[in-house]
Design a protein around this ligand. Sequence first.
Ligand SMILES: Nc1ncnc2c1ncn2[C@@H]1O[C@H](COP(=O)(O)OP(=O)(O)O)[C@@H](O)[C@H]1O
Ligand SMILES: [Mg+2]
Length: 1078
Amino acid sequence: MAKMEVKTSLLDNMIGVGDMVLLEPLNEETFINNLKKRFDHSEIYTYIGSVVISVNPYRSLPIYSPEKVEDYRNRNFYELSPHIFALSDEAYRSLRDQDKDQCILITGESGAGKTEASKLVMSYVAAVCGKGAEVNQVKEQLLQSNPVLEAFGNAKTVRNDNSSRFGKYMDIEFDFKGDPLGGVISNYLLEKSRVVKQPRGERNFHVFYQLLSGASEELLNKLKLERDFSRYNYLSLDSAKVNGVDDAANFRTVRNAMQIVGFMDHEAESVLEVVAAVLKLGNIEFKPESRVNGLDESKIKDKNELKEICELTGIDQSVLERAFSFRTVEAKQEKVSTTLNVAQAYYARDALAKNLYSRLFSWLVNRINESIKAQTKVRKKVMGVLDIYGFEIFEDNSFEQFIINYCNEKLQQIFIELTLKEEQEEYIREDIEWTHIDYFNNAIICDLIENNTNGILAMLDEECLRPGTVTDETFLEKLNQVCATHQHFESRMSKCSRFLNDTSLPHSCFRIQHYAGKVLYQVEGFVDKNNDLLYRDLSQAMWKASHALIKSLFPEGNPAKINLKRPPTAGSQFKASVATLMKNLQTKNPNYIRCIKPNDKKAAHIFNEALVCHQIRYLGLLENVRVRRAGYAFRQAYEPCLERYKMLCKQTWPHWKGPARSGVEVLFNKLEIPVEEYSFGRSKIFIRNPRTLFKLEDLRKQRLEDLATLIQKIYRGWKCRTHFLLMKKSQVVIAAWYRRYAQQKRYQQIKSSALVIQSYIRGWKARKILQELKHQKRCQEAVTTIAAYWHGTQVRREYRKFFRANAGKKIYEFTLQRIVQKYLLEMKNKMPSLSPIDKNWPSRPYLFLDSTHKELKRIFHLWRCKKYRDQFTDQRKLIYEEKLEASELFKDKKALYPSSVGQPFQGAYLEINKNPKYKKLKDAIEEKIIIAEVVNKINRANGKSTSRIFLLTNNNLLLADQKSGQIKSEVPLVDVTKVSMSSQNDGFFAVHLKEGSEAASKGDFLFSSDHLIEMATKLYRTTLSQTKQKLNIEISDEFLVQFRQDKVCVKFIQGNQKNGSVPTCKRKNNRLLEVAVP
Ligand SMILES: Nc1ncnc2c1ncn2[C@@H]1O[C@H](COP(=O)(O)OP(=O)(O)O)[C@@H](O)[C@H]1O
Ligand SMILES: [Mg+2]
């Protein structure tokens, strides 16, 4: 959507009046009230025609945003509410489009907002002028020059925390397209006395505090500085910290700005070294020393500081020390050296510090200029911005205030000249008759100061150059003589007796009635400051410095270039530069910003009427309005005027065809505005009285309301009509669509019904045919079925008789089979363990299974015995055979038997093979040994027993001595006839031998052994296998034994407990051997 152009005017939504010219009635009170009303509504800007009055708000207002810049861009001056941007825009466009060099003159008291205003103008111009990398760099450099200059040239004063202590005029240069090319800065009279001394509550220049707060430790060390402010005599301490000011952060900003502006690192460093040197100079102190010839002399108290300064600046210490103690005056090839007393030494020190600093400042300005100067030689358009110190009235006003106020007088002068001239020129341009108005012209004050023959500055110079003793007092006397009659000069001692009794006027002072008020000047210091003397010894010492920057600051110290002519005085220098400035300004189109300070407290929202009133008076603002209104209060080009008021008359509304001027004529005639109230210029209409304008505005407002109603009416009618037509059209469309839809739906319904009916009929027909066919098929199938059934019945009837005959037997067999099956399956699950001695066997379920059950038990037992036997090895089998044999022989016959069942039959109890004792014995026997055991052989004679080794081999029975292993007797088995033993629990047994055999010569053997059963069994078995004869084993409690020739009866008696549990044997007589068994 294209942006709609809305024509607005300064007159819209005005608070008070935006332009003082429209003030009605016009007097001081209404003027101030209007300012106050606007100030209270945050409207800090007000016009007087094209002049902008700016009231310092002392708070940041949201009216400088980029959006605001866009608002004011390319708008007519009176189109929007008053703003500094409107003035900047007007100036910039006039420069760009009409090729007119511009200057923006910003005036006002210290702290009224001049510097801020100049920055706003610059930033506005920077925002609206050309774009591009190169242009942006130029802009950036121009803008960044501000922080650098402010750090070195601004200080906190009682009036302003950031007061400019120098005058600044900056020309911004543009090419024909309006793109910035560069700039030139001029500076005016830095207030250098501040370097060495500051009034109460004020500070030295910002840079000192910034350096000490913001520099790194490393940098401070390098500069031989300490962070503590109190270390430096030149820094006032009572206001070292300023509220809301971060010196350290500002230091970084300044360093950064220096870089952007184009300072090399070493340059920036040199600058800081000079600053450090100045600070340290203040710490040099002197003490008096009297010399013999009565001359006063001074001496440096502590040379440490001096030494450090010399190291910092590369000056020979002795040179500087000498420069502080001597002064050389050269006149016509003559050199006279005088010593300096303490006061003079201090004076020299301070003069050096001041000069060093102010020269550094000028060097900075030049250096910045070098960076920002335009690089091309094409013709440039120039916009100058003047931000000069405002009018100053302090308690103690000195030479500086005098100079500053003189400068302000000159500016006021040029303001008056230019505004009046401009007004006059406009009237001439517009062909309007000029009427004279009265206003105060301050030319007379300027004359008092600058007149070449008897002006104050001329007098001062004269005094300074005059031979003989010159003091401030002689200067005052001179003034008293020369200026006494001047209306604006007041002095107690003047020839004019008016002030003789004026006690407010001390003797050492003179007073000037400036356009802005009376100012009392202390005459003390005027001569010195005007002379601005730096002893040549000092400048020469400085020139000798190896520090390049310092050296360059003191070119006059070069002995090769000694110039004996006095340098121009400060006053005359300033006068000349002001004159150049004025000339420069006069060639340009002026734009004024008049800054007003609303209160002395630097506080927001406070509007001190008395203070403002004073400023309005001395700024001559009321006169300004009057001059502006002298002829006509309001003027406006015909086109915007017609555009604004054309609705007030039928002929011009809504469009006027023809020149705008005749349109305005018709309009004014029609409105019956009295002819003396306005005049027609060439391009503008001039309205004499604001009342007329307000009447026009009222009418316009009324008419606008009517027009608004009319527009509303027409619009509403149009809206309803179009709405109705739209509804009507829509209705037709909807009806058509609906009908079509309904018709379609009905058709669909009929169609689908027809289809349903059709399908029903077809279905019915098909079903009928199908039924017919099914019936036929069923009939055919029925015949077959009936036949099958009939056959079935026939066959069943035939065979029924065969079924019944075997049924009982079959059922019985089946049942039996089932029972047996069940029994066997159950048995399988109830089987007892595989141990042959397990007696368990499940109970029998049916009687008829009794024999089977027993047979099964038997078979199972046999089977598990076999299983058990199968585990045996041959050896074990042998053992069991022997055990079986033993059981057959002794079971139930001998009481000893049961205890032998558990004993395994080992046979070779004595291990003859292994025992070396029986080696011989072993070697003697070649056969296999079946038994080797120690037995007791019962002595036949007494029944006592001896141990013998009993050996049984396959064929023989051997007895051997137990100790020697020597064979005692050997009996072949064939000679053994019988073995006898008792039935009791004893181990006695007798071996009977065949009568007549060789072995039997000594008789039968009677033994006792623990293994009787085993021995008897083995003997029996061996004899059987060797001789195929059964050995006779007699078990009886009384048997006969053949001892040599005698037969002795061995008798076993039971129950004799006399000999303990061991059976004992005893020979009773030669026929009886008694064995007692326990
Ligand atoms: N337009 C403004 N908006 C906000 N504050 C302002 C404005 N103009 C001035 N000030 C405040 O007033 C102080 C003094 O302004 P400055 O321009 O330094 O005064 P001058 O240069 O006239 O001595 C500034 O530091 C700032 O705080
Ligand atoms: Mg300032």
